[in-house]
Design a protein around this ligand. Sequence first.
Ligand code: NAD
Length: 301
Amino acid sequence: MSAVIINGNEIREGILADLREEVAALKAKHGVVPGLVTIMLGEHPASVSYVSLKIKTAKGLGFNEIQVSLPENISETDLLETIEKYNRDDRVHGILVQLPLPKHISEQKVINAIRPEKDVDGFHPVNVGKTLIGDTTGFRPCTPAGILEMIIRSGINTSGAEVVVVGRSNIVGKPIAAMMMQKGPGGDATVTVVHTRTKDLSYHCRRADILIVAAGVPGLVKSSWIKPGACVIDVGVNRVGEKKDDKTGRIIPLLRGDVDFEEAREIAGWITPVPGGVGPMTIAMLMSNTVRSLKRSLLLI
Ligand code: NAD
């Protein structure tokens, strides 16, 4: 039997519709809207398209969206000063700096410079720590928060489930593992994290009731590695070529996930496609974190 396809675009639209109403209600009652600053250095093509989507989404929700484009050769000191300016600005509730940064700038220093209360990306060590200990006053990073939201909204049981996470990055693998081992909804799972030094990757994947793959290797996970009926979340976004867009006729990147989708969907119980799976959820969770930040600044939560 073919797997249920978890549609990230559909889930995102539901989340955004709720946020739009919440933003309108906050504006009507308190006279404020969420302020989100996006700082981008240079013009990395993948970053430009991601950032323009963030801006469009934020504006669509009624945010005060501030886009700061800085030259790629800006000094670290100048970048840190720009961040500090927005740290002190009460109209700003979320600050994010688009990664990766040029080599002459320390990514960790930049992340550390954002006030944890405005770190809507959830990368500041304070928020990383809160995610690990299950302190809900922090911001959880957007991609793993989106993955968890998809799992919960799809009605997949996580309590006692064997979860296998492929990849141990700070932005996906480690935080999703931490989140799913917490007590409570979307948690209570038995989590295994596998990576490049793992001895037998396929052995672990085959045990998984929920398999989360964030390796960045196209087609890494074969259908024979999937337990029948498992939930497969494919986080990988790999550019494997180009194609002509059916609607616009423009040349667009051809994307593939880390899972062999066509074969895996015949074995899995649920599966996320690439594109249209985890990807759309990340921006939705960023918007959700920014609304939460505003509500916290108003002492509503
Ligand atoms: P990363 O390169 O920082 O980490 C990849 C991890 O996978 C590493 O821990 C590595 O040990 C592991 N890995 C790599 N090859 C492996 C192999 N052959 N066997 C076992 N483990 C292996 O990447 P990341 O930032 O975590 O991103 C992973 C993928 O997810 C990328 O394709 C990225 O584009 C995608 N991504 C998507 C979103 C989204 O919003 N959809 C967000 C973040 C990342």
